[in-house]
Design a protein around this ligand. Structure first.
Ligand code: AQP
Length: 340
């Protein structure tokens, strides 16, 4: 935290650009849940405005994904009584602050963002302006709450650094100490879960290959089958983490096991070192099914009647705006907008 005058507050979000993956769960949601019980106010968001930056989804699909993501949050243990749960577009101050931040961020900063380069690929010219500006909207998502801490997976580290740069520049240019310098919280054995088909690629909800990921809605058979077919090498597991260094696929499966079991990699290897994948994969599949089935069951129950989810999000938006409206008003005042 940059200043003790800021309320310890956590903000984080996930895009409803597809179904939730095990990567989202281990890299982000598990930490969202535990932070609710620490000394923080917590705000968790379905970032639907971000989900249209790569491409517009079919409107019914976007609505479904957004509600299913909210169901995933709740089923994983995020309590609407302890946390504010919102859908980004229902809290307009996110997009309003993003415009100010578009005018703070420099083109050179944005051009260095590796996620844009990865997502735009060779076709940067045809990408949307929204995809390029994505990190400035993300900075606004965080700073419109004066959030002090952001739990994220490893892949978001650079965007968090940009958020800090935007806050620093705004504070400096206007001679204020208005925005906190937010701390990323990147913790756990599985902060970067890799594709089951390619140990060099992040597990991603928009990967064209469904076999590359475990979806939080996959049933037990599908989970077991995907793990059985996961790419590995022919060697047995080592007995120490060092032995995984040049074995990305093996390391990924061990990290997933550690993340699901709340163990360190060394603890997993103390138990499974020397095992062949023929034995380790079924143990991992059993663990994954035991941990994920109750969540997918509860998600299905919540999705049966979405009125409850919609109520949670409407209430969350009201609670959120009590925080965001005064912060936007003050920002406009600092910048010099008449009427604020
Ligand atoms: N593979 C991963 N390992 C660890 N953490 C991950 N996260 C995502 N994938 C992994 C974390 O989940 C949070 C939400 O991410 P997001 O959905 O907003 O965006 P993303 O990182 O771009 O996730 P995807 O699944 O790859 O989405 P698409 O395919 O739409 O781009 C973040 O905290 C992220 O670190």
């Amino acid at each position: 935290m940059s200043d003790s005058s800021f309320t310890p507050r956590v903000f984080s979000g996930i895009q409803p650009s597809g179904g939730l993956t095990l990567g989202n769960y281990l890299g982000a949601i598990k930490r969202f849940v535990s932070m609710q019980d620490e000394a923080f106010e917590t705000v968790y968001c379905m970032v639907d405005l971000h989900a249209i930056t790569a491409k517009f989804l079919d409107p019914a699909t976007l609505r479904h994904n957004t509600r299913e993501l909210a169901a995933g949050f709740i089923a994983s243990g995020i309590s609407p009584e302890k946390s504010i749960l919102i859908n980004q577009s229902q809290v307009p101050e996110h997009a309003q602050l993003a415009w100010i931040f578009n005018c703070v961020a420099r083109m050179g900063w944005m051009q260095r963002m590796t996620q844009f380069k990865d997502k735009a690929g060779k076709n940067a010219e045809a990408s949307s302006l929204g995809l390029f500006a994505y990190p400035a909207l993300m900075a606004a998502d965080i700073l419109i709450y004066h959030a002090t801490h952001v739990p994220v997976g490893e892949d978001q580290k650079q965007h968090l650094e940009l958020t800090r740069d935007i806050a620093t520049k705004f504070n400096h240019d206007f001679g204020v100490d208005f925005f906190p310098i937010t701390e990323p919280v990147i913790e756990g054995a599985a902060t970067r879960v890799m594709s089951l088909r390619d140990g060099a690629k992040k597990m991603s909800k928009s990967d064209p290959s469904d076999a590359s990921r475990i979806n939080m809605t996959d049933d037990a058979d599908t989970i077991a089958k995907k793990i059985r077919k996961a790419k590995t090498d022919p060697d047995a597991l080592p007995s120490e983490a060092k032995g995984l260094e040049d074995r990305p696929e093996a390391r990924n499966l061990v990290n997933i096991y550690a993340g699901l079991a709340d163990l360190s990699v060394d603890q997993v290897l103390a138990e499974h070192g020397g095992a062949q994948f023929g034995a380790f994969k079924p143990a991992l599949a059993d663990l994954a099914v035991a941990k994920l089935s109750p969540i997918s069951g509860e998600m299905a129950r919540l999705m049966d009647d979405v009125t409850e989810i919609d109520k949670v999000l409407a209430r969350g938006a009201e609670q959120a705006r009590e925080i965001t409206a005064p912060i936007l008003k003050k920002t406009y005042e600092i910048v010099g907008m008449v009427g604020s």
